[in-house]
Design a protein around this ligand. Structure first.
Ligand SMILES: Cc1cc2nc3c(=O)[nH]c(=O)nc-3n(C[C@H](O)[C@H](O)[C@H](O)COP(=O)(O)OP(=O)(O)OC[C@H]3O[C@@H](n4cnc5c(N)ncnc54)[C@H](O)[C@@H]3O)c2cc1C
Ligand code: FES
Length: 342
């Protein structure tokens, strides 16, 4: 049995099998509602139910990390009981690239600083994996759980992927990547996902990254440098110490090679002798550009930083909310609500 799911305000209509989650149906058909863990834990996929009825299959978790309002559901867990309409403003009217699942071979693991590994993977070219700068892919672990990583390399037709993985202390997958992953290992990968990427516009661009939030930005710098230079772009990249900005030479070269582009490293806990910018990276942006009304912002990395930037820029510095584009690296124990409460 199949039901119809309508996603507003884009007005998209998709089909969903009776036992399939709303999120799985949307992703399979190239639409990308917000989500992260896909197992009912983070709350990132919470959507408003406008009409119709949903239920939860046995073993599915009904309310995730966050308490749900009466008209909300977790799209990664909810299955349709009738035709339904949901509200997910981030979903675009046009479907994105086809999602594929394939085995990827590790080509190289480069430990670029004390906690970040740059991982290069090869998918079979026959898998037809194609992505846009800013998108991410999931690695599927043995128990079926997933972790997401943004592609840092330019889009290509050869099945090549570069990920920047930060080893999270106590994490299940990322410390394994940093400590033990090696060339010729195989990973199950699915993607591409995500609607983050440079929008059609001529507005000057602010690129804002914390830590490995640099990865999707790197894909833009590497593949859309001319568009960024034409519009004017400034990259603010934050870390605790200089060594956390593991690709700062690349960022510096990008800024030097492209008139109209600047790179501003911002350190929150610098070693003695640092004479550059200090403090929270999102605050450095508005110290330099107090009026963001004519800009577009692309923010990636720590969900706390991304949420703080969105609130401050849109409420106090004139940025239209539609011009704030973000990719928050929500982790299992770092749901958006917990981050906001903190
Ligand atoms: C769209 C998207 C893109 C992303 N892109 C990137 C990227 O490019 N690079 C990147 O490095 N990351 C990225 N992430 C984050 C990434 O997907 C993983 O969440 C991250 O690597 C942690 O995975 P893990 O298995 O190591 O940690 P997990 O095992 O999932 O744990 C996450 C955190 O919770 C803590 N924790 C785990 N279990 C417990 C427990 N029982 N009690 C208390 N605390 C616990 C861990 O210490 C850790 O801090 C992205 C996330 C999203 C949603
Ligand atoms: S993606 Fe649904 S709860 Fe995390």
């Amino acid at each position: 049995m199949k039901y119809r799911i309508r996603i507003e305000p884009a007005g998209v209509e998709i089909e969903c099998d009776a036992g399939q989650s709303l999120l799985d149906a949307a992703l399979a058909q190239g639409y990308f509602p917000h989500h992260s863990c896909r197992r009912g834990e983070c709350g990132a996929c919470r959507v408003q139910l406008l009409s119709g009825e949903v239920g939860y299959a046995p073993g599915r978790r009904p309310d995730g990390a966050a308490a749900l309002a009466a008209d909300e559901c977790l799209s990664c867990q909810a299955v349709p009981r009738s035709d339904v309409a949901i509200r997910a403003p981030e979903v675009l009217a046009e479907p994105g690239r086809r999602v594929v699942q394939a085995s990827a071979r590790v080509l190289e693991v480069e430990r670029v600083c004390h906690d970040v590994a740059v991982v290069r993977l090869q998918l079979p070219a026959s898998a037809g994996f194609q992505f846009k700068a800013g998108q991410y892919a999931d690695v599927i672990l043995r128990d079926g759980s997933r972790r997401s990583y943004s592609m840092a390399n330019p889009p290509n037709a050869d099945g090549l992927i570069e990920w920047h993985v930060r080893a999270m202390p106590g994490g299940r997958f990322s410390p394994h990547v940093y400590e033990r992953l090696k060339p010729r290992d195989l990973l199950r990968v699915e993607g591409p996902f995500g609607a983050f990427g440079l929008a059609e516009s001529e507005a000057p661009v602010v690129l804002l990254a914390s830590g490995t939030g640099f990865a999707p930005i790197a894909a833009m710098l590497r593949s859309q440098a001319d568009a960024l230079a034409r519009r004017g772009a400034v990259l603010y990249w934050g870390g605790r110490r200089l060594e956390d900005l593991y690709a700062r030479e690349e960022a510096e070269h990008w800024a030097q090679r492209h008139p109209g582009c600047r790179f501003v490293p911002v350190l929150s806990d610098p070693a003695p002798g640092w004479h550059g910018r200090t403090g929270f990276v999102h605050e450095a942006v508005v110290a330099d550009i107090p009026d963001l009304a004519g800009h577009e912002v692309y923010a990636c990395g720590n969900p706390l930083m991304v949420d703080a930037a969105r609130t401050v820029y849109c409420q106090d510095h004139g940025l239209p909310p539609a011009r704030f584009h973000s990719d928050a690296f929500v982790t299992r124990c770092e749901p958006r609500e917990a981050a906001q409460a903190a």
